[in-house]
Design a protein around this ligand. Structure first.
Ligand code: FMN
Ligand code: SF4
Ligand code: SF4
Length: 350
């Protein structure tokens, strides 16, 4: 037997990556391996059980913005160096199903970056598996229907069983490399999401009038991103948009402020930035149109920074307005997630 011990570290927003980790653990147990399943939520230190010479260590996580979520990257960066240990990476992606066709998600650097980090730490990478479990990105689309979720789950369970059996039998499996050209092409977007996009999404969640201050969202958050400001939940920039709070609020009181966020985008890009450009031009300080292509890219960075700063300020205004019943109602009714068709995501529990 190639391995006698399996350690899996996992992070999971809504349960997909956790379920995948449980499936792998089950295969390992059936093969008689000693197993440890470790949730990295709110980690302060890294708990590494005693390693035998035949230990396999796995890392399971969702894909966020064509990358691993920041909490996982921090965890990997802090992981101690090892000597001659084997590791595998499994990233759950946002899979969909249209009619009878399963549509895969996209990994971007969610496999490549952790693989490089683990290789640097001394690991031999023996498995790289993307897994297209149902998409949980509730900011962008309603949760999938139960029938579709079950069908995607059934397919993925089979894939994981084969992956785990092969890997534990000592075969190397690098399914993630099949999409390498597309993943490499996505690097600029994953970088943009990491540097800017995630901060925008962090500021789209609000608690509506239905909130009872039960604090479930605060206790559930894996990165302690929600605090109470003026007796209402307030989402800080630490939020990784993992969707756990949205899913677990017992009163369905967390909404994505679609209307308000859309308004901010329009205000910044249609009014504020053109206004700044025209002022700079009017006073002969800077004529953006006459600048080089390189400067154009630099200017896009400035525009995005203005946008993030504006989001920061406007979220404070949004949070303040939510105190007032009427404003709260208007903002809630302008959120698509308020309506019944915008289901929350409910994965099966194992
Ligand atoms: C903020 C956010 C970003 C996401 N980005 C991607 C992505 O880049 N590619 C992808 O295939 N799926 C993406 N997804 C979908 C999730 O990775 C997918 O549904 C995953 O299985 C969720 O796992 P979990 O339930 O363990 O959190 C994203 C989801 C969220 C909430
Ligand atoms: S879980 Fe829902 S009801 Fe409870 S504090 Fe959070 S938003 Fe309010
Ligand atoms: S605030 Fe909600 S969405 Fe953000 S990281 Fe915490 S649980 Fe996830």
């Amino acid at each position: 037997m190639k391995y006698d011990q399996l350690i899996i570290y996992y992070f999971s927003g809504t349960g997909n990556a956790r379920n995948a980790a449980i499936w792998i653990e089950k295969v390992a147990k059936e093969k008689g391996l000693k197993t440890h399943l470790i949730n990295i939520d709110r980690f302060k230190t890294i708990d590494v059980p005693e390693l035998s010479e035949k230990t396999l260590i796995g890392f399971c996580s969702p894909t966020h913005g064509f990358n691993m979520p920041p909490i996982v990257l921090k965890f990997l960066a802090k992981f101690p160096k090892v000597k001659n240990a084997d590791a595998f990476i499994l990233n759950t992606r946002g899979g969909l199903k249209l009619y009878r066709f399963f549509i895969p998600g996209l990994s971007g650097v969610a496999q490549l970056l952790p693989a490089l980090m683990l290789w640097y730490k001394g690991f031999g990478i023996v498995g790289m598996q993307p897994l297209d479990l149902p998409s949980n990105w509730l900011l962008l689309h309603p949760g999938l229907k139960k029938k579709v979720i079950n069908s995607i789950y059934e397919r993925c369970h089979g894939i994981v069983n084969i992956f785990a059996t092969n890997m534990l039998d000592g075969k190397r499996k690098y399914k993630a490399l099949l999409s390498l050209p597309v993943d490499l092409a996505l690097i600029p977007i994953s970088l943009g999401y990491y540097l800017f996009g995630r901060f925008f999404f962090a500021k789209t969640l609000v608690a509506t009038n239905a909130c009872t201050n039960c604090n479930v969202c605060i206790s559930q958050c894996p990165v302690e991103a929600i605090k109470i400001v003026d007796e209402r939940p307030f989402w800080t920039y630490k939020c990784e948009s993992c969707m756990r709070c949205v899913n677990s609020c017992p009163h369905r009181a967390i909404e994505t402020a679609h209307g308000f966020s859309g308004l901010i985008i329009v205000v910044v890009y249609v009014l504020l930035i053109p206004f700044i450009i025209s002022i700079l031009k009017y006073y002969d300080i800077l004529n953006i149109e006459k600048q080089s292509k390189l400067f154009g890219q630099f200017w896009s960075l400035i525009e995005t920074s203005i946008f993030i700063l504006f989001i920061f300020l406007s979220y404070k205004v949004l949070h303040f307005l939510m105190k007032y019943k009427i404003a709260n109602r208007i903002i809630t009714y302008c959120s698509l997630s308020k309506y019944k068709f915008w289901r929350r995501y409910k994965p099966p529990k194992y």
